[in-house]
Design a protein around this ligand. Structure first.
Ligand code: ADP
Length: 374
């Protein structure tokens, strides 16, 4: 069973499960209409010129469809695809041997391209531009570079951290697609499509229940669908209705806006134990018994995106929307301070207001310097 239902990354087992659900063409690919339109044009133009397509960089958070798009590019170009990743290419020689074994028009998909070693990245510059690599033979002063011509291939790079790519590498891509989080209506379509492929009988309200809790991420949507299916199966329901979807997602502690236990733990501690902050991440992590890294990579980006917390130079603070999501009234000074109120794009509001029961005072600065880890 997956450890964290809303983690947008996947292990090899899950990637295998996902294979069957991947859209095979741009017309099947839901959402990202601007990027899909631009890619469509690029591929059609390359096909009409009977040449391999320009190199493509796909940038965006995990689980949004980068691998899927790379496979679609291969499918649409009727070209074979070779798949590797940055962390697997630590030496320039590893890359040289992959490149020299490519066939004309082949797609080379390099996932997490920002994690490739610097010497390999440098070798890639020449390969992308001139379809050539210099193979170094010998060592030291006697080393010589033997140029090796490569077939014309299309590099499709994927990255979650485009900013980490050296600009000479970024500049050599003919087209960069920035993928955005999906709208709920798009996620609903993805869930409906996956349910059909998995032969799950599910009603529209249950689909929407899953879509709205999927944090804008198709991978999370498909994963929640699998857990809802399990729940309905164990409870002998042949058709999944809203009640089963809600019960399953409540059981897995994924709330109506997609916050899980970790997210709520962070928000709860920030509001109740640290009086809304500012507080440094390591103090916050210690308070809830988690690694600072886990909070930074899993909970914080989503809480910031939802407008529930803000990062300030002095540490993390809870926003009025963050208080409201916990069913609490924001302190008047916070509510009046527009600087601290970035607004909440997705919070339907929470009418219940039990007040703030558990604030032991601001513990900011007890364990760490918020300025240093803010
Ligand atoms: P990434 O490479 O960005 O981490 P993937 O391409 O592996 O993401 O997508 C994760 C899962 O989400 C796959 O099962 C894929 O089928 C599904 N998916 C992603 N984007 C879409 C989309 N636009 N339409 C339908 N399914 C999608």
């Amino acid at each position: 069973m997956e450890e964290n239902l809303v983690d947008p990354t996947a292990d090899d087992f899950e990637r295998n499960q996902e294979l069957a659900l991947r859209p095979k063409s741009l017309s099947e690919f839901v959402g990202q209409r601007r990027v899909a339109g631009q890619l469509d044009l690029l591929l059609k133009a390359a096909k009409s010129r009977k040449l391999p397509a320009d190199h493509v960089l796909l940038a965006g958070p995990p689980g949004l469809g980068k691998t899927t798009l790379a496979m679609i590019i291969a499918e649409e170009m009727s070209a074979p695809i070779r798949i590797s990743s940055g962390p697997a290419i630590q030496h320039a020689g590893d890359l040289a041997s992959i490149l020299s074994s490519l066939s004309q028009g082949e797609i080379l998909f390099l996932d997490e391209i920002h994690r490739m070693s610097r010497p390999a990245q440098e070798l890639l510059y020449l390969a992308m531009e001139d379809f050539r690599v210099d193979v170094i033979v010998g060592k030291g002063a006697g080393a010589t570079a033997i140029p090796l011509d490569l077939p014309h291939f299309t590099l499709v790079g994927a990255t979650t951290r485009a900013g980490l790519l050296p600009s000479p590498l970024r500049d050599r891509f003919g087209f960069t697609a920035q993928l955005d989080f999906y709208e709920n209506s798009e996620l609903d379509k993805i869930v409906a499509r996956s349910a059909q492929m998995m032969e799950i009988d599910i009603d529209q309200d249950a689909i929407c229940e899953i879509g709205s809790r999927s944090r804008g991420t198709p991978r999370v949507a498909n994963r929640l669908l699998r857990r809802v299916r399990d729940y309905a199966q164990v409870h002998s329901k042949s058709k999944v209705g809203t009640a089963q979807a809600k019960a399953a997602l409540e059981m897995y502690e994924v709330d109506p806006l997609g916050l899980d236990r970790l997210d709520r733990g962070v928000l709860d501690a920030l509001v109740k134990r640290f009086n809304g902050g500012p507080v440094g991440i390591s103090t916050l992590a210690m308070a809830i018994g988690e690694e600072a890294e886990t909070i930074e990579s899993l909970a914080e980006p989503f809480l910031v995106r939802m407008g529930f917390i803000s990062r300030t130079p002095r540490g993390r603070i809870a926003t009025p929307a963050g208080y409201t999501h916990l069913g609490l009234t924001p302190p008047p000074d916070l509510a009046n301070n527009s600087l601290n109120s970035p607004g909440n794009p997705g919070n339907p509001g929470n009418p219940g207001n039990p007040g703030n029961p558990g604030n032991p005072g601001n513990m900011n600065g007890l364990f760490d310097s918020p300025a240093s880890d803010a």
